[in-house]
Design a protein around this ligand. Sequence first.
Ligand SMILES: [Zn+2]
Length: 73
Amino acid sequence: MSIIHNELGIDESKCQNCGSTDSFFDPESHHWMCRVCGCCWMFDRDDPDYDEPDDELSLLDTDGVWKPLRELK
Ligand SMILES: [Zn+2]
């Protein structure tokens, strides 16, 4: 199973392994499966654990405050 970062214009039904578009989406497990080679893949936005990524990394400061990494440099 590979997790693919969803990008604008990406062909979700295209197999990452063999390039076939003969695939189907399984709404229960949120993944695509290729009918040709049996490869599975999913997109990170379909992952229930997926969170919007922060623009910048933050670190917990010594006084318990989250600060952007660039401020600590
Ligand atoms: Zn395939």
